[in-house]
Design a protein around this ligand. Sequence first.
Ligand code: HEM
Length: 412
Amino acid sequence: MTFGSADPAQLGFAPQDPAFIADPYPAFGTMRAAGSLLYYEPRDLFLLTRFADVNAALRNRRLGRAYDHRFSHAEFGRPEPDGRWPRFDESERWSLLNLEPPDHTRIRRLITKVFTAKAIAGMRDVITELAAAHLDPLLDRDHFDLIADYAQPYSVAVICTLLGVPHSDGARLLDWSHAIVKMYEFATPDDERAAADRAAGEFIDYVRDLIGQRRVDPRSDLITELVQVADAGDRLTEDEIICTTIVLLNAGHEATVNTLGNGTKALLAHPDEWARVLSGEVEPLTAVEEMLRFDPPLQLFERWVLDAGVEFGGRTFAVGERIGMMFGSANRDPERFADPDRFDVARGDATHIGFGGGVHFCIGAPLARLEIEVSLARLRDRAPGLAVIRVPQYQPYFVIRGLSGLLVAPHG
Ligand code: HEM
């Protein structure tokens, strides 16, 4: 494993270029060959290109998503945060994704108490009904957009059901969430940041109101349970519940929708593989794993070096340096996956990097798998002739990478 001196930009890494975003995998291959560790100067970021290193970094406790629980910005050699987006900052303050132990451990434990695998498995019937309700009417049309017409409203309805948010507010939630996630990209212009800040503010006010309603009128939903949950006297504060609800709502559909888009595109582009699902040779749940490995919706996550002693690619890192874990590249690493550029629907390898690993491993993985599995089963049973009728385009974002639409004819 080597620290390559090559410049990733020279190797084709262009996270703001639509041509790169459309198919980053050849460039990833060139990057992996050039080194397991590459320095990307525009973002002062050390990129990990290979599976073994990404996997190890996810589990390395000397790395953190945040540093402000241990260091001031000055101590860390970083500028003070841009104070112009206070409501966005407020919405993120207690997001699990921005916390490290001990706050992370405390809040995650409380959430996993109510967000159990059993509770999710118990949602299979409801999710199947929601898939049918959203998909079946579309099957009478000549064509429809699998993302805007199906995946988005379906996935939002699922997460709203789980949390106890009225389905009629789904469209508003989608707008807020789309505005907010722009903040996670490499370069976000100020007008998009301002829109994200406005959206975060409205979202906070909305969730605060909902929590107030559940306090006086408890229901059997996750928000009520979060309000009520107590753990050895340790309760979630209102601000923590608000941030948790927002992260669950946002994380709860963005990546799932993009997996349905990217994954169905891959399936239909490989008719022999789709045929294996149609014939029953390969179960939908098995196919889900390959959809996630082959073209993951989340391409890059970052970590700060919090303690001395971190080593990758033969390089020893200093506290305050930043590492970028390239999920899409790791999932195509030939040292980990045989014939990695082949879309093999029966591969069924659930150890891909799609859901992360370590303490931040995706809380929603069982729900996401179930949602995608149920959708695939419905498409298999009701629309075996499903065909893409317009070449799909990716949205111009690299970190959260997904299609802007997937126009399909349900019966070919
Ligand atoms: C296919 C769909 C999904 C994918 C690919 C995905 C992927 C991920 C990844 C990679 C992480 C870890 C980020 C890191 O290590 O920095 C993560 C964390 C998380 N995901 Fe998901 N996710 C999906 C669906 C969901 C759903 C449906 C929910 C909620 C219902 C959800 C909730 C979360 C939460 C709360 C975290 C933060 C966990 C923590 O920091 O402890 N995700 N997800």
